[in-house]
Design a protein around this ligand. Sequence first.
Ligand SMILES: NC(=O)c1ccc[n+]([C@@H]2O[C@H](COP(=O)([O-])OP(=O)(O)OC[C@H]3O[C@@H](n4cnc5c(N)ncnc54)[C@H](OP(=O)(O)O)[C@@H]3O)[C@@H](O)[C@H]2O)c1
Length: 261
Amino acid sequence: MDLGIAGRWALVCAASKGLGRGCALALAREGVNVVITARGEEALEATAAELRALNKGAVRTVAGDIVTPEGRKAALAAAPQIDILVTNAGGPPPGDFRDWDRDAWIAAIDANMLAPIELMKATVDAMAQRQFGRVVNITSGAVKAPIEMLGLSNGARGGLTGFVAGLARQKRLASANVTINNLLPGAFDTDRIRKTLSATAAKTGQPMEAVLAKRAEGIPAQRLGQAEEFGTMCAFLCSAQAGYLTGQNVLIDGGAYPGTF
Ligand SMILES: NC(=O)c1ccc[n+]([C@@H]2O[C@H](COP(=O)([O-])OP(=O)(O)OC[C@H]3O[C@@H](n4cnc5c(N)ncnc54)[C@H](OP(=O)(O)O)[C@@H]3O)[C@@H](O)[C@H]2O)c1
């Protein structure tokens, strides 16, 4: 299926690895020109080389922290216009809320709530003027079913989700073919999850494969998700065909969430 977005410009944040990379790859395959960002230059350039090897659209890199105003300014300036925005950043650390002070909360809110809001603020009105815009915020399945240890994520991403629910429904955006949706990952096989699971493996003395298998056991699909399949869903949400789909929270979790809705 041709998604009708070849030649569009996308900013995909935090995209040298993992889910952001999966989204950039899927968009680049559709012929979208992409700007990808990450703090570490080496992995960013390696991913850019893979995207360029597709011989589709332009690929630009911006090394910087998307959580800072300077990082966002540089990322936004790297494309002539932004038709597609994929917001993403690292997730907050796990822990107990009794140990988190104001600084810990501000850091989580900055990364997982305010940075995406600032990026949307900088882009959606111009999208509306051009009568096309797609925003996908990478959030978390924790928004729908909170994960106890990830209280900072539950809280900060919950705030973003509430904000997006209102913004996506602004008539000046929705009637101008600007859609804003959140894509909620369950457990995906990325560096982030492997780091967490390797800590469990080290603590329990179990081999990594056993810890991975145990993690997959609770998922009806009996496996972790792959970043490429996450990216495919992101590309569909960004497609020309998805113009009537806005303000939604799309969970992609192999059936892990146990509810009917
Ligand atoms: N994987 C899962 O199962 C899962 C589940 C639920 C939610 N999530 C959330 O989804 C997001 C992506 O997770 P992932 O698994 O793809 O992580 P990952 O594999 O660790 O990749 C994170 C990517 O983001 C970049 N990044 C991190 N912080 C950044 C910043 N401040 N500015 C710019 N780039 C930044 C990293 O590069 P640099 O480090 O070089 O900057 C890397 O490219 C996270 O917020 C995570 O909490 C993931």
